[in-house]
Design a protein around this ligand. Structure first.
Ligand code: UFG
Length: 328
């Protein structure tokens, strides 16, 4: 009998890709989602359980119905800029939601928990190598909320034996190479999909947020990792917990940093079209440079990113962008 895995946010961008990877690995992914930002059309690889992490009863019902062997927790508000304008929402929905979910998991005896955290928990540490041992000094409410959940999981392990694998993502990009699922946000705020919209004429131009950072070309540098590689690491993290290994944190990035201008240039090369750009102000909450300096996921999980070069990520995103997007 295939085992179930409860995937919160399973109708969202990364969660839907995780469901695909879980199904390919022989699991039945149960997408737990309130469809506030996710898409019914993205749930293709297992059942959808509509519920809300602020409604404990709906979480308990999912555990009762499916008896999952593990939880993968993706559901969260995740926009740096929005979190600076409305921090209360981020603390409430992300932190309370995670507390409800962890409580429900413990009550159901489901003690394996894979959590999506973020390099935004590091803040802006000029010149410091970012790995699992780096101090966490978030500069935005989004990063604060994710750091709080990391601490919550440590408390749950001490009190209840809940073991966790925590992944700190760098910038997730690209889409399923088969374009079965993809990236679709309303409103869209992320660099690559916004750029593809500008290239396709769906918006006038891409605004570059800040050209006076202390970087070689003045624009922010990020470490982009392909969503398919990222979710492969999650399956490996799940196997790690199932093998009885202890809680562990892993950074997930390619280790290479690219400036916004370099991403613009790569998009021009991949699509063979001009990218209309406008130079704008800095966006509050943005760090100048976020690049992974970790090898732990490769060394300990055997994770080998396959598609995390810029051209492949943009090419996969472009293919999805041109195919039929989700309707509902
Ligand atoms: N950017 C622009 N113009 C835009 C959008 C983005 O110049 O219209 C820039 C940003 O300033 C940033 C870079 O492109 O320098 C990437 O921005 P994204 O909004 O695509 O991604 P973020 O770095 O803000 O955040 C993402 C995820 C977070 C995660 C973070 C880790 O949304 O969940 O990566 O860096 F925590």
């Amino acid at each position: 009998m295939a085992e179930h895995v409860l995937v919160t946010g399973g109708a969202g961008y990364i969660g839907a890709h995780a469901c695909k990877a879980l199904k390919a690995a022989g699991y039945i992914p149960v997408a737990f989602d309130n469809l506030s930002t996710g898409w019914r059309d993205a749930v293709k690889f297992g059942p959808l359980h509509e519920g809300d992490l602020l409604d404990r009863a709906s979480i308990d019902a999912a555990f009762k119905a499916f008896r999952p062997v593990a939880v993968m927790h993706f559901a969260a508000l995740s926009l740096v800029g929005e979190s600076m304008k409305n921090p209360g929402r981020y603390w409430r929905e992300n932190v309370l939601g995670a507390a409800n979910l962890a409580d429900a998991a413990v009550a159901a005896g489901c003690l394996s928990f894979v959590f999506s955290s973020t390099c935004a928990t590091y803040g802006d540490q000029d010149g410091v190598v970012l790995n699992e041992n780096t101090d966490q000094l978030p500069i935005n409410a989004y990063g604060q909320s994710k750091l709080a959940i990391e601490k919550l999981l440590a408390d749950f392990e001490a009190a209840h034996g809940l073991r966790s694998v925590i992944f700190r993502y760098f910038n997730v990009a690209g889409c399923d190479p088969e374009a079965e699922v993809g990236e679709q946000h309303v409103p869209e705020t992320h660099l690559i999909p916004l750029m593809l919209d500008a290239i396709a004429g769906k918006r006038d131009a891409l605004t570059i947020f800040g050209t006076d950072y202390n970087t070689p070309d003045g624009t922010c540098i990020r470490d982009y990792v392909h969503v398919s590689d990222l979710v492969d690491a999650h399956v490996k993290g799940l196997e790690w917990l199932k093998a009885g290994k202890g809680s562990r944190v892993f950074c997930l990035g390619s280790g290479d940093g690219f400036s916004v201008r370099q991403v613009v240039e790569a998009s021009r090369a991949v699509t063979n079209r001009e990218v209309p750009i406008v130079e704008g102000e800095r966006r509050p909450g943005d760090a100048a440079v976020l690049v992974s300096g970790s090898h732990r996921a490769t060394d300990e999980l055997g994770w080998e990113p396959q598609r995390s070069d810029l051209a492949t990520m943009i090419g996969d995103a472009w293919r999805w962008h041109q195919s039929a997007p989700y309707d509902s």
